[in-house]
Design a protein around this ligand. Structure first.
Ligand code: GLA
Length: 383
């Protein structure tokens, strides 16, 4: 789909087919890519995050009932739920992301209105760019508009995170929902997960952010995500801290040998990664290519050796990215275990970079990757 006008037409046509008539309200929320800060969010550290132009749209119309009826254009599937029931739809689990949000909003005492809606997303599903948060935050915005009340973007992000924790059952941190709700057009966000504040970070002229999708699917629920989180919590507990954010590097180094080896590796990665986030924020605005290259390489190295979240496809992609023309630096993105990676590329060479990565990755794996530049988009809202 080339333009937003075409996208709007396709969605409106599908709405007419499914429900008759026209939608009354259009909402969207973006996906995200983390530029630095793997798994630092649930350790209350920092993340440098980018809300991206790939987003989820919902076109909706109130249906004067207590039922939400949804059609997913991406999946070609229909599903419904009642606003008065918490029962999950085992056949169409994707609707949990919307149903869970409704549950959280209802518990807040907010008035909920049943609606018919068509969902369309340009965030690739299950690839580490937060398609689930984009759906949650777009859905929360629809409920907000139709219900006639307003949440602050931060409150919306927190409720969407809680719905994923409680209803969907994924113990994620705040990164995805925060980015999707709080995004600002044109800049990255330096997010502090301890006090839930952020500040905009400009990306130096001439540097582009390029997503490199390994096309190896990953799932958060049931993956090793929870085990990594448990290792970090164990580390903080053994060090007598409420979270790894409270542990200083000197304190950690002095007591590292007391920790079980695996726990020590996980904690070391988080502490180093947090420091890299702060350093990258400066390097990215200043356009310090050498530092960007150094920090991204160290992040990937830690992801392989210490946090152990690098799937084989990620090693192959990393090699392809680092050999391609115009590359400044590259690393993992999202939770790891496959999915998308991220490269920092000279603007003038983005096309040559993409062509080279595609071809090298295809030769090595037989898999067609997807390589595309992204720019910073605004957070969830009406279209
Ligand atoms: C997933 C989670 C986030 C965060 C990242 C890793 O995207 O949903 O909360 O933990 O992984 O940084």
């Amino acid at each position: 789909m080339k333009s937003s006008t075409q996208r709007r037409e396709v969605i409106a046509k599908e709405f007419l087919n499914c429900f008759g008539g026209d939608p009354q309200c259009w909402c969207r929320a973006p996906g995200r890519v983390d530029l630095m800060g793997s798994h630092t969010d649930y350790n209350l550290g920092a993340v440098l995050t980018l809300p991206i132009g790939r987003d989820t749209w919902i076109a909706a119309r109130p249906n004067h009932s207590r039922t939400v009826n949804l059609h997913s254009l991406n999946l070609g599937a229909d599903a419904s739920f009642s606003l008065d029931s918490t029962e999950k739809n085992l056949d169409q689990p994707w609707i949990d992301y919307v149903h869970g949000v409704a549950e959280e909003l209802r518990e807040e005492g907010l008035r909920l209105v049943g609606f018919d809606g068509v969902i369309h997303s340009t965030v690739p599903l299950s690839s580490g760019l937060s398609s689930s948060a984009a759906l949650e935050c777009a859905a929360a915005t629809v409920f907000e508009v139709l219900g006639g009340w307003q949440l602050t973007p931060l409150k919306k992000a927190l409720l969407c995170q809680r719905s994923e924790n409680r209803y969907v059952g994924v113990n994620c941190g705040i990164l995805d929902q925060f980015t999707s709700c709080m995004g600002e057009e044109g800049c990255a966000l330096l997010l502090d997960c301890r006090d839930l504040t952020s500040r905009p970070v400009a990306i130096a002229e001439g540097i582009r952010i390029v997503i490199c999708d390994t096309k190896s699917k990953r799932e958060l629920a049931g993956s090793e995500y929870g085990e990594r989180r448990a290792d970090c919590e164990e580390g903080a507990r053994l060090l007598g801290a409420s979270s790894l954010r409270e542990v200083g590097f000197a304190q950690f180094s002095a007591r590292e040998h007391e920790l079980p080896p695996q726990v020590a590796k996980r904690c070391r990665f988080i502490l180093e990664e947090h420091a890299r986030v702060l350093a990258l924020a400066g390097a990215l605005s200043a356009g310090d290519r050498a530092l960007i290259r150094h920090l991204t390489a160290a992040s990937f190295d830690g992801a392989c050796q210490l946090y152990e979240i690098a799937a084989p496809a990620m090693h192959t992609m990393m090699a392809a990215m680092l050999e391609a023309p115009g590359v400044i630096g590259a690393r993992q993105a999202g939770a790891g275990f496959g999915g998308c990676m991220v490269a920092f590329v000279e603007a003038a060479q983005v096309e040559a970079f993409a062509a080279a990565v595609r071809s090298r990755y295809a030769t090595a794996t037989g898999i067609e990757s997807e390589i595309y530049p992204v720019t910073a988009a605004a957070g969830a809202g009406m279209i």
